[in-house]
Design a protein around this ligand. Sequence first.
Ligand SMILES: NC(=O)c1ccc[n+]([C@@H]2O[C@H](COP(=O)([O-])OP(=O)(O)OC[C@H]3O[C@@H](n4cnc5c(N)ncnc54)[C@H](OP(=O)(O)O)[C@@H]3O)[C@@H](O)[C@H]2O)c1
Length: 344
Amino acid sequence: MTSRQTRILLAARPDGAPRLEDFEVTSAPIPEPGAGEVLVRTLYLSLDPYLRGRMGSSASHSSSTPPVALGAVMEGGAVAEVVRSEDPHFGPGDVVSAATGWQEYGVVAATAVRRVDPDEAPVSTALGIRGMPGLTAYGAIREIGRPQRGETVVVAAATGAVGSLAGQMARLAGARVVGIAGGERKAAWLREAGFDVALDHRDPAFETRLAEATPDGIDVYVENVGGRVWQAVWPRLNRHARVPVCGVAAAYSTTSTRVDTDVAGLMSGLVTRSITLRGFVFSDFEHLRPTFEREVADWLRSGAVSHHEDIVDGLANAPAAFLGMLAGEHLGKRLVRVSAGSGS
Ligand SMILES: NC(=O)c1ccc[n+]([C@@H]2O[C@H](COP(=O)([O-])OP(=O)(O)OC[C@H]3O[C@@H](n4cnc5c(N)ncnc54)[C@H](OP(=O)(O)O)[C@@H]3O)[C@@H](O)[C@H]2O)c1
């Protein structure tokens, strides 16, 4: 094993959309694990929209946790392989999910890692459909959306890690599902995955297309983006509609502090139409994890749901891959393959 590794630091706080200059690729010594810790080698790094919030000042759009310090390693979840363990529960070769950040090797507390079984499914899925985004979608649908047979469900960012599972779960529940995504390649994937209608939010006639696609109104809206999509959905929400608010990706890189919607109008609409609008973080649904893991494993085995991974090779390409993810260039779950691991 070499003694040095590549790491990517946060070099500057972006104003608006992040740029490549906001990151710095550096070399540093590989750290040593202490008692109760493990040294892991990153296999796959997860690129998620919430990381944009971590790059900003404390007034983050997407998170209540502190931002990444300037000059510190960028945060991020990963699937990694244990290289050295100073904890009796883990040994070399074990695969775990861990918040290693954007680096080749990391030292993490053994209590902060979760074991990943490489025999069950490709380990990368622990960052997508079987991981944090999957649990987000699962809780959004099971606990908040609760779609019923024959209802109309609309999903924003519908090909993403969260939206793709949420939409397919709604379809399995017997709902009619309208997926919204950017561009024809994504629309084609939605149709293949069984969405009843695929709409492009970049279409100048998007609002009209949404109205045509939801003649009976909208019963459940899975909010992932906000902005123009929310503005089009809001007037079409039915009485007793449910809106799980996963995130508002369209707002993460804006510099404006303006609130899109008139708050009094929003509240009065919630009251008169008895609408449930509920924000959450995925960890609110930790109690669902056992059923989530079992059901998703069954769906993947039977082919009841499909998922797509968009993998970029090489840690040095993480900044560009992250910028592309925020712009929606990816399809499915965006990951960076950092190393192959000893088992490959
Ligand atoms: N609450 C939680 O605990 C939790 C956990 C995970 C994720 N989330 C949130 O869930 C959402 C989806 O996450 P994900 O990981 O699955 O990401 P994702 O959908 O793979 O990526 C974000 C997508 O947002 C869309 N987007 C960005 N700007 C937009 C705009 N102005 N108008 C319309 N669409 C826009 C793009 O899709 P198109 O190409 O289709 O436009 C982009 O691909 C995000 O808001 C994320 O922050 C929340």
